[in-house]
Design a protein around this ligand. Structure first.
Ligand SMILES: Cc1ncc(COP(=O)(O)O)c(C=O)c1O
Length: 425
């Protein structure tokens, strides 16, 4: 949906949302969640039907958001511990859950195996050791995917590039580390080597990295077959599907078509059976489904810029990506503002030089397409409680998906040393 359409849609709901749930808040749109998954599923059905979509729960682990995606037919990729719990509570079947993680607690691996998760990623040799111990203890034989790292170029922000030589993730292919772990898995009676995985990174702006990833991992799969006599069943190309924050990015269909073409060509080249394709998108399924809505409290003119100060800032939305920012009131932009939060540090600016209409206290401002990673990275800076999460349902109704935090939610786990308690409060 184009930004103008999104703005119109938000205008229809913004006042009602804020009067019902207060400001600031996060609004999520059920229509977007379903459409994002539907577009990807349709593209896969057309280009590569033997495939599964595992939503990367790290991108948004709100139980309501997860439940909508689960209801739409999506499966899940969960990092251990509370993400795993989130998938359970949101009603996913264990056989629809893929467990990732590069340093999981042994008890989390056991819990996942006891529950019956379908596949586990293996990022390093120590993780394989842990899985072997947990598999023996739980009397299961889990399917595992080896996470590779072919030391490739990844066109995105360095902090979210995960298949580069500098990255901590995956098993290096060239040095033989990936093959050594594959060999140990094949020789063990406690696991089954089901496939290979490569998550290139997040917000991947071109299609070619998926081609490189597919060729590298299928090349590795061919080596595994030749050296160990095992043909893999699953190729997992991870997530990374981008969101158009302020630039054109490849659409879902183009990415999927490129993946499908690469797999077909490379399998023909190595004489491999075409594997089941897994993808683990996070950002693309939820990014454009969420909007942060804040209220201007102060407009402050300084010799440097005019600041519109909202009631929430980088505590609620990291300023990492160039999210579209617009006013809810329907007026032409006449000025530019630095849109800032209220926190006590200078970096608490959400966006600079934003063209906006004349703003005053009480005006609503939207920070759009913040649905991925914002809830997880929201902080308690300045002891600010986190905003509520509201779902705008497809039928036009609202559901509160997470209530606004109180000071007790922020401070309630703290305790005061003995002798410094009551008398000072
Ligand atoms: C293993 C794995 N899969 C999938 C994802 C999702 O990436 P994105 O949200 O860019 O699709 C991540 C993100 O960090 C990841 O680490």
């Amino acid at each position: 949906m184009e930004l103008t359409e999104r703005t119109e849609r938000l205008r229809r709901h913004a006042d009602d949302l804020v009067s019902a749930y207060g400001s600031p808040l996060y609004a999520f749109f059920e229509d977007d969640l379903r459409a994002n998954y539907g577009t990807l599923r349709d593209a896969l059905d057309e280009q590569y039907p033997n495939s599964e979509v595992h939503f990367a729960v790290k991108a948004n682990y709100n139980l309501g958001v997860l439940s909508v995606l689960r209801d739409a037919g999506c499966k899940a990729e969960a990092y251990a511990r509370c993400e795993l719990t989130a998938t359970r509570r949101a009603g996913f079947d264990p056989e629809d859950v893929l467990l990732t993680g590069m340093n999981r607690a042994p008890e989390d691996i056991e819990r996942a195996l006891d529950w019956g998760v379908s596949h586990l990623l293996v990022d390093n040799a120590t993780e394989l050791e842990k899985i072997l111990v947990a598999a023996e203890a739980t009397e299961t034989v889990p399917d595992m995917l080896i996470r590779g790292n072919p030391a490739m170029e990844v066109p995105t922000h360095p902090e979210v590039a995960t298949a580069t030589r500098e990255s901590k993730f995956g098993l290096d292919i060239e040095s033989g580390r990936a093959m050594a772990v594959a060999r140990q898995a094949v020789e063990s009676e406690f696991v089954s080597l089901a496939g290979v995985q490569l998550h290139v990174g997040s917000q991947i702006r071109g299609v070619e990295p998926y081609g490189v990833a597919g060729r590298e991992m299928l090349g590795f799969a061919a080596d595994v077959r030749d050296e160990l006599g095992v043909e893999i069943d699953v190729l997992d190309l991870g997530g990374g599907f981008p969101v158009p924050y302020d630039e054109d990015v490849p659409d879902t269909e183009t990415i999927v078509a490129h993946m499908a073409e690469t797999i077909r060509e490379t399998c023909a080249q190595y004489d491999l059976d075409e594997p089941r394709l897994f993808v683990e998108p996070g950002r693309r399924l939820v990014g454009n489904a969420g909007t942060f809505l804040g209220t201007v409290g102060v407009v402050k003119e300084t010799p440097y810029a005019d600041f519109a100060v909202l009631d929430g800032g980088t505590n609620a939305v990291s300023s990492y990506w160039p999210y579209p920012v617009y006013a809810v009131k329907d007026r032409e932009p006449t000025r530019t503002y630095h849109v800032a939060g209220p926190l006590c540090y200078s970096g608490d600016v959400l966006s600079e030089d934003v063209p906006l209409p004349e703003l005053g206290p009480g005006d609503l401002v939207a920070v759009d397409r913040i649905g991925a990673y914002s809830l997880g990275s929201a902080s308690h800076t300045n002891a600010e409680p986190k905003p509520p999460v509201v779902l705008v349902r497809s039928d036009g109704g609202y559901d509160l998906l997470r209530k606004r935090e109180s000071c007790d939610d922020v401070l309630g786990n703290d305790s005061i040393p003995e002798g410094l308690g009551d008398e000072r409060q």
